[in-house]
Design a protein. Structure first.
Ligand SMILES: [Zn+2]
Length: 156
């Protein structure tokens, strides 16, 4: 009796990120944008993670990582495992390495934040997000205030 139920693990009531997780992800998102701007010119296209779910390394471009993190932040669930297409391992660095690269580079002026928020917005747009979703997302992660109102928006 109830043996079958054991196989159906109840979904953990984990959909809502707590504030700490949210802040960490938000920081990651900003870090990824910074890394992209620092490392892309050096031929580094993204980062590589070992994924315990798939038992393999996932190569993620900066843009892919950005949209994955954004999804995680806005949906509260893990994004799809969507590795980069035929990655060249030489073009990817480990996340730890990348984070180490950022040491000493993590104090952001509000102007830099505005720039980063703008880049995140355009990356998400490129990933197919609707403008309203992007705005909503930035508001939820507290980056909307960072975007300076730029005149000359064409409508809506
Ligand atoms: Zn995976």
């Amino acid at each position: 009796m109830g043996a079958m139920e054991d196989e159906m693990e109840p979904f953990e009531d984990d959909q809502e990120l707590d504030n700490d997780e949210r802040e960490l992800l938000q920081q990651d998102l900003v870090d990824v944008q910074t890394l992209k701007s620092l490392l892309s010119p050096r031929g580094i296209k993204g980062t590589v993670f070992y994924c315990p779910d798939c038992s393999e390394d996932h190569y993620l471009t900066w843009d892919l990582l950005t949209s994955n993190l954004a999804e995680l932040l806005s949906q509260g669930e893990s994004p799809i495992h969507e590795p980069a297409f035929e990655p060249d391992p030489d073009e990817y660095v480990g996340w730890d390495y990348a984070r180490g690269y950022l040491d000493g580079y993590t104090s952001y002026e509000s102007e830099e934040l505005a720039e980063l928020a703008g880049r995140i917005a355009s990356d998400l747009g490129a990933a197919g997000w609707k403008t309203s979703d992007v705005k909503g997302f930035l508001a939820r992660v507290g980056l909307d205030g960072a975007i300076r109102p730029d005149g000359g928006g064409a409508g809506t």
